[in-house]
Design a protein around this ligand. Structure first.
Ligand code: KG4
Ligand code: ZN
Length: 365
């Protein structure tokens, strides 16, 4: 890149380490992703069927410095070309967040670069503006392994939360169900694949909160229902489940979860249309669960019915990545919203601090 080109744009490095991906990216203010390196720790956590915080933090330490170098070299820039360092400083697994934050602080101090503190959820929420021309406001469904929320994205740092899960996130429900059914980790893709060969009508699982007002989510009862159905099948068949039984359980679970999500989204759309509706209503879906075709198909139909345009970032930007953090950096840089070197890592950081707490909402609220 020539000095002339660089002078006219902001270049931000984004660092992400709040869960089980170590990720570093360099993004420009004209929406160019110059590098986007993502190292997943999937294999390290697989034996435990879920993310182990201690293993995650240690792995971030082992790899982050190398990824920072790699992100600069792929982008063909040096620290001196950057305008600022953006980093996830919460919410997430605190040990991992601290690794990313301390690395970013060190770079900021040593290279005299402004530090930008980014809420991981805001990374997901704004990533669609990196890939598409989506203006504020829009309705967002954020569905991942750690989060399940419906939000009105009104602007940078300006959100109205319409709903959140009162216990498990949707991805977590997929992962736990996969474990119950003896399927692979992560559970989402494994359950989806098994469901393709299953009969979704064989088991009448509950659709938690369906028909109730509001847009909160609940999935733990559904997961328990799958466990009970599986246990009684096992008892019935003297301990031997056929592959078809597993596929039917998976398909029935996925149908129930999808139905429950659609019902909650429908309520949020009605609310959105009443309070924010225009002639161009945007519905954005982000997070790992957005990869699920059954959910995506039903959301597409719902959007058509309610007059929303459906948008989703490409899959590699839906799951955790550094580009979405760098992009929030670009948006905050424009507002000169910089952080002090003394800031701490935060485990819980709601996008809408004024939202009434969901009963049992805990860390996911
Ligand atoms: O956004 P993500 O990569 O990580 C965070 O949780 O932040 O999401 C991972 C979650 C996992 O729970 C995984 O099982 C789920 O997304 N997932 C899916 C699918 N692919 C990934 N869930 C349902 N269907 C899928 N195809
Ligand atoms: Zn995430």
């Amino acid at each position: 890149m020539t000095n002339e080109t660089m002078k006219n744009k902001t270049l931000i490095m984004g660092i992400e380490s709040s869960c089980d991906e170590t990720a570093v990216s360099v993004v420009s203010s004209d929406k160019e992703i110059l590098s986007n390196i993502i190292l997943t720790q999937l294999e390290e956590h697989k034996p435990y069927g879920g993310v182990v915080p201690e293993i995650a933090a240690r792995s971030h330490i082992d790899h982050l410095n190398g990824l920072v170098r790699q992100a600069l070299s792929e982008a063909e820039v040096g620290f001196e070309d950057l305008s600022a360092i953006a980093v996830t400083s919460g919410p997430g697994l605190i040990g991992g967040v601290m690794v990313g934050l301390m690395t970013a602080k060190a770079i900021s101090f040593a290279r005299k670069l402004p530090l930008i503190s980014v809420n991981h959820l805001e990374g997901h929420a704004l990533s669609i503006r990196l890939t598409d021309d989506v203006a504020f406001p829009y309705l967002l469904l954020l569905v991942s392994g750690g989060h399940c929320q419906l939000l009105v994205v009104k602007g940078v740092g300006n959100y109205e939360r319409l709903g959140t899960t009162i216990e498990d996130a949707a991805g977590e429900a997929f992962d736990k169900t996969a474990k119950i059914l003896g399927l692979d980790y992560p559970g989402g893709p494994a359950v989806e694949e098994a469901a393709l060969k299953g009969d979704a009508k064989r088991f009448a699982f509950p659709r938690p909160l369906k028909g109730r007002s509001g847009s909160n989510f609940s999935f733990s009862g559904l997961k328990t229902a799958v466990l009970r159905a599986k246990d009684s099948l096992v008892a019935e068949k003297n301990g031997i489940l056929r592959r078809q039984d597993i596929c039917d359980l998976a398909a029935s679970f996925q149908a129930a979860l999808t139905d429950a999500i659609i019902d909650r989204v429908k309520n949020s759309m009605d609310y959105y249309l009443e309070h924010y509706g225009t002639k161009d209503n945007m519905f954005v879906v982000a997070g790992g669960v957005a990869a699920n075709n059954s959910i995506k198909e039903k959301l597409t139909v719902l959007c058509m019915q309610k007059g929303f345009e459906l948008k989703a970032p490409p899959m590699n930007l839906c799951t955790d990545n550094g580009a979405m953090i760098a992009w929030v950096g670009v948006e905050k840089f424009a507002q000169e919203d910089f952080a002090e070197l003394g800031i701490g890592a935060v485990a819980r950081w709601p996008l809408d601090p004024d939202a009434a707490p969901a009963i049992g909402g805990g860390r996911k609220a």
